[in-house]
Design a protein around this ligand. Sequence first.
Ligand code: CO8
Length: 261
Amino acid sequence: SAFYSNITVEKKGKKNNVGFIQLNRPKALNALCDALMKELQTALSDFSKDEEVGCVVLTGSNKAFAAGADIKEMQPREFAEVYKGDFLGFWNSISLFKKPIIAAVNGYALGGGCEIAMMCDIIYAGEKAKFGQPEILLGTIPGGGGTQRLTQAVGKSKAMEMVLTGDQISAQEALQFGLVANVYPVEELVDKVMEKAEKIASMSQIATGMAKEAVNSSYEMTLAEGIHLERRLFHSTFATILKLAINSIGSCNMGIINAKL
Ligand code: CO8
């Protein structure tokens, strides 16, 4: 990926069906400067168009997933500029990505780093990972969804504690509070996450897309609306399941699923 200077982008997995993005700005602990975020957006947009890719993994280094928004870049900015330019608004595009996306977090996931991880569908952590929203220590508050997604993930008391004190939590605490789906030894994290990603990527892309849409709708809709949407999406999979059944005549082995359907 010669095209990128703040991230590396490749396709991985035995079937080359996992989009793999590594934040790679080591001199600033992957602080999320504008250039990095634009590259991330471009890479995701390419993966969304790539039919082979059924799942994306987003990771950083062993020391830092990302140490937050770029403080040096933000320092000179003033109200009029950030308001008129809707600063951080475009970050939310990560949460609108249609394919499953998994964050593999080793080291620091602070401020914007924690927020980007929470925009992903699943977070897995390495044993030394640290999550925090330290904005309050700088006299500001989270601006990339932290007050909302963290509260939904860990509940009000823990979220308030983190947002009001800036204190970090460990990988084990993140697991206990439901922020992450599992914790692995640092050196094994990426391999373990790749196993999950390859498994997801081997499923019907229509089904994983709909499953993701249905789960995410639980944050946006009433229970009745969400259940209605789920049932309609479920019904609509009968259009693709039929084709899969024809494809798999003579076999009940689901491995034969065409991941593009
Ligand atoms: N932005 C820019 N550069 C950073 C950032 C960052 N968020 N984090 C680390 N760096 C840089 C350091 O400046 C340093 O660069 P240099 O060597 O050129 O000075 C390099 O990365 C290595 O960092 P450290 O030497 O500090 O490494 P340590 O291992 O000693 O410490 C820490 C690691 C604890 C993660 C420490 O770097 C740290 O506390 N970083 C900042 C964490 C933070 O507060 N993040 C910002 C959260 S706020 C946010 O995301 C959105 C709202 C912000 C509004 C700000 C308005 C001005």
